[in-house]
Design a protein around this ligand. Sequence first.
Ligand SMILES: [Zn+2]
Length: 389
Amino acid sequence: MNPVFNRFSIPAFLVFFLMSLVSAVPSGTAKPAEPVVRVLVIENQKDLRFTVGGRFKITPLPVSGRGAQTFRKAIGVSVAPSPLGLGIGGKDWVTRGVRLEPDEDNDLWLNASRFRGALDIWKDKNGFLYAINRVPLEEYLYGVLHHEVAPWWPMEALKAQAVAARTYARYQMSVSAAAEFDLKSTTSSQVYGGSTTERYRTKKAVDDTASEVLTYGGKIFPAYFHATCAGMTAGAAELWKIDLAPVAGGVVCDYCQISPHYYWHAKIPLSEIEEAFRANGRPLGQILGIEIVTQTPSHRAGSLRVTGTTQSALVAVKDFRVWMGGDRIRSAFFTVRTHSDAAEFSGKGWGHGVGLCQWGALGQALFGKNYKDILKFYYPGSEITSLRS
Ligand SMILES: [Zn+2]
């Protein structure tokens, strides 16, 4: 069914077309002075809908200064791939991408999420749509923090998370200049839900630490974080090619014992594990046994040998977690027993274990530590630097 515009039952595409005829007013969009982060918020879609509560501009991409049009508002307007480029509200735009840019203070909704800043919508080479939110860094952090920590946590824990998330984002921005976007909006980067999910206390934690980042030797580094380390943080080098003191791991953390994620247990049918190996190009036949063959310096499982009826395979635990799902194999801190029909994993902690332990930060804040103490504990050797100075 077509969306409607205001309270009148007029098809949105028609209203949208009429709006374009009265759009000769120059846009007064204010450009933020602070750095803008580019976040991939949607991918692989055949149809999107957007709503803007006030005046906004559509600019064909890449920006050339030509072809921009200003509109008064739009409600539930569809965007879909078309033979010429993009169909927006039923009108063809001969371009592979457009930028939707509301005037200041006008809400921009894409599907069910509200976003600050601007949105670029692109058609990929397979004809699917993806969207990149271009948002000032501090406003991006408003939309991240609530997903990473609970707004009711002590303010010092929230502030520690704000500085870690800002540092991580700044690092990603510094290494992704040639890429189309800096970050994804999922756990592969840090979880971001647009401005729909902002909360007062997490927003305050961002404001209270505005522009503060962690540095090591004067440089911003990837300040990884995770939910619960369960006793000791892991080294970044256990997972990636990163060898820096603040994320070298081995920090003994007793503060996350209050975490509800401290222990986990997963019983997975062997048939599912067999299928995962087959799907990843490593067919083993029927699985007979699974054993841990190497341990990491932080005493996590480093690699597994999986023995099947046709062959056996060595697999890195970080890959195995991705194959089976990080919500099931919640950490590399586990033991495993193989039964006739299932493998039983008993583990501790949640996440990769590198850098700041979120539940440990909560525990430390409850013990009266401030956010600077917490950050220096989890990122040894780091400094807190203001980008304003
Ligand atoms: Zn911990």
